[in-house]
Design a protein around this ligand. Sequence first.
Ligand code: NAP
Length: 485
Amino acid sequence: MDITTYKNYIDGEWRDSISKKTFLDINPANKEEVIGYFQQSSVADVRKAIESAAQAFKEWRRYPPAKRAQTLSRALVLLKERKKNIARDLTLEEGKTLRESRAEVESAIKEMEFQIGEGRRIFGKSSPSEKEKVFSYTVRQPLGAVSILSPWNFPVNVPCRKLTPALVAGNTVVFKPASFTPLSGLRLVEMFVEAGIPKGVLNFVTGSGSEIGDEMVTNPSIKAVSFTGSTEIGLRINSVASQNMTKMQLEMGGKNPAVVLEDADLELAADDILLAAYSCSGQWCTSTSRAILVEKIANEFIDILIEKAKKIKVGDGLNPDITMGPLAGESQFKKVLDYIEIGREEGAKIIVGGKRMEGSGYDKGFFIEPTIFVDVNPEMRIAQEEIFGPVLSIIRVNSFEEALKVANGVKYGLSSSIYTKDVSKALRFVEDSEVGLTHLNLPTSYKEVHLPFGGIKSSGFGLPEAGETGIEFFTENKSVYINYG
Ligand code: NAP
């Protein structure tokens, strides 16, 4: 069977990388299945893409936002028309189940709808002047060429929520998808191209972040960086981009806690925790990775969790009966197995799962059993570090106060949940939980597109690109004074 070689998109043309080197995109449910070859771009390719974006900015910034929005709306129509195929490609290269892929595409549609609408709200402020016959006001202006670096775990949704506000606000873009999932990124770019995005406004380069990431971040023509990925790479971007004082926003990892108090609806809490722990094989930035249980309900709750966890069906995400797919790639697979070993060595006890899946249908893929650790001490590495896999650590506490302390006792601050009917404790949790989004009786993964989505502490830096802060991030203020006297 012929395997397609996909190209970069630079200055309005589909192009090979200058070196003509490529890399493989494979199916994590069956590593022998090659999805395509993608360009292994070098710094020289990235420079071409940045030059093209910087050049195109001169015109694109002058389009009225409503005109830019028209082009993006045509791309949105294509996304709606193609959602089934885009979801299928997503499952093939990332491994999540078809149901999860469809939900991701649906949420990408909502992100685009919202951000296209926001294009009509690029408001400044007018203000009374200190002087007579002087009119003063502010305008928001686009930044220039911006770099967009996205992760593999939401390869449709995250680029949509970055590209749309960047473009509608008048910026031009160099977009690099994660190397596990270049096809999903390419499908989005095809949509924008068919929608008539002018030459140079959107450029697409594939290749290794460790080779071309620095150029995307430090090239002086790049005026902002929007990154979603690990805290480790986010920290690196922060240190190199700040040398040029480049504007940046970094959405990074999490170690999200769900606290279950004695008066909680245990069925609801168990369903939510399992949903957020094992959807996308635990590879959501908002996955629940710590369940913090007060002693009084801990034994009963663990029994409910075990019963429900046993019903998870692991396998190829294209099979509609499957509820959890493989890990997204080999490095992910190895990292998660290493963490399971670390947990064992630290003295935590596995009560569900704990191994790679074996047997026919599993041997060629990166499948790991949904895993639950008990006897986890809050200081253990499995309770502190982002595992990013189907591993839930259960921590017992004696009180609400202790639960809150444990919940906050990590470097991350993305999302949290509490399950209780006690309004006072719920509101104290909301107030004191050190996160960017928090929930009462809802999973840690719950979000809506019109609210900002971003973390604090080591989970987020800069204004979130999602929600109403998107346009704010991708524009800057100019103050204007007009003497009409
Ligand atoms: P990652 O390894 O940090 O990579 C993210 C992106 O950055 C990829 O496109 C990657 O390219 C690129 N990159 C790698 N090295 C770079 C460098 N030196 N300079 C610039 N870019 C570089 O993260 P990931 O494994 O793809 O994604 C998983 C992580 O994302 C998890 O930590 C998860 O929590 C986080 N995440 C956070 C959010 C949020 O909103 N807070 C949402 C989703 C995911 P390559 O693929 O070629 O290496």
